[in-house]
Design a protein around this ligand. Structure first.
Ligand code: SF4
Length: 366
């Protein structure tokens, strides 16, 4: 029975970690979706779903961190490692402009890569400032907390100075990547060289204090317990209470193919989690994260159909067109083909909503 929790939600009261634990144990996922939809409708017009015209650019796959859940990286010295030349990055942005047009900050590049020991802050300053001067209409939503911590480290800068310099060069906002599960116990198992929870939170806190927006993510379905998923959400809710700087929350499940963790079934939960678990997790996240306005579908990991269904489970946004995807597709996900704008709009309409284009700050783009 979850009537008492439902009453809290109808009264717009915050739910507790103990409530979230009970919701994860509740067998009727449709009821969870209905409750999440109540919250979603409070924050967004009921008949609209937003989307973003954006392009992923994975500028380098060289990374020394070797997370056990990652199929994308190549270690320094590997013959398969790459660093995209600037001209190639510019060509990719030209492709984005051809689709997204010239609305100011109307199109997004999501540029992320590995922790490449050859790249210091001056590389990024040069790249971001060139992009800003050539493509002022493009919003640079780039890097991850993990990359920023490393750039600061090898450039001998404080985190604040590093983020300030990147921002001044052209970085507009920071994606939530690298959060995985915000539990040091979990990180010790799936990526022990990775930043600690307090470091991930510090990057986002500093960015918010510098006036930048960031997003929050969760990659679940590997070694974590349900209590650790809730702990993750509690970290995000607490920081959002302090700063209000998170624009959106995006969750997806671990994609095990071609990863060291996936190959060792004794070390993780052993089977890729289902669409059912995704819907349950996203709905409970919507109920728990009462201070995060936007929830984005992960069509690239869940497929278009579950992404459509998730619109009834607290999700108000279909995410980005991406145009290419290299990270989860390296781990065998079969939905990772770029989605055309027309297809995205059709899927939103088919699910019963009007598709509305937004920018990275979730402002409507005409
Ligand atoms: S998840 Fe990121 S930090 Fe970890 S190995 Fe992959 S690219 Fe490197």
């Amino acid at each position: 029975m979850i009537d008492d929790i439902a009453e809290k939600i109808y009264r717009d009261e915050r739910i507790s970690k103990a409530d979230a634990l009970r919701l994860f144990a509740h067998p009727n996922v449709v009821e969870l979706g209905a409750l999440a939809d109540v919250v979603r409708r409070r924050k967004w017009p009921a008949d609209r779903v937003t989307y973003n015209i954006g392009r992923n650019i994975n500028y380098t796959n060289v990374c020394w961190v070797k997370c056990d859940f990652c199929a994308f990286y190549r270690p320094p010295g590997s013959g398969e490692g790459y660093l995209l030349p600037k001209e190639q990055i510019f060509r990719k942005i030209d492709d984005l402009i051809a689709v997204g047009g010239n609305a100011p900050k109307g199109s997004e590049i999501l540029m992320q890569g590995g922790l490449n020991p050859k790249l210091r802050v001056d590389y990024y300053e040069d790249l971001f400032s060139d992009i800003r001067s050539r493509y002022p209409q493009v919003h640079q939503h780039c890097l991850s907390a993990t990359e920023i911590i490393y750039i600061a480290h090898i450039s001998r800068l404080s985190l604040e100075d590093c983020i300030r310099r990147l921002r001044d060069a052209g970085l507009d906002s920071i994606p939530g990547a690298g959060a995985e599960i915000l539990s040091d116990q979990v990180r010790d198992i799936i990526g022990f060289r990775k930043d600690r929870v307090r470091e991930w939170l510090a990057v986002h806190r500093i960015a918010h204090e510098l006036g930048m927006h960031t997003s929050a993510t969760m990659m679940y379905g590997h070694v974590e317990t349900i209590e650790q998923r809730i702990e993750h959400l509690a970290h995000i809710r607490k920081l959002q209470d302090e700063t209000g700087g998170f624009t959106a929350f995006i969750a997806w499940n671990f994609q095990p193919d071609d990863t060291a963790l996936g190959a060792d079934s004794a070390r993780w939960n052993g089977a890729k989690t289902s669409g059912f678990d995704y819907l349950r997790t996203i709905a409970i996240s919507r109920l728990f994260l009462d201070n995060v306005k936007s929830f984005q579908a992960s069509w690239v990991t869940q497929g278009a159909k579950i992404a459509q269904v998730s619109l009834k489970y607290g999700v108000n946004d279909f995410g980005s067109t991406m145009m290419e995807e290299n990270v989860v597709s390296a781990a065998g996900t079969s939905h990772a083909d770029a989605m055309t704008l027309r297809e995205m709009q059709r899927l939103i309409r088919d699910a019963g909503y009007a598709p509305i284009r937004r920018n990275t700050r979730y402002e409507i783009v005409n």
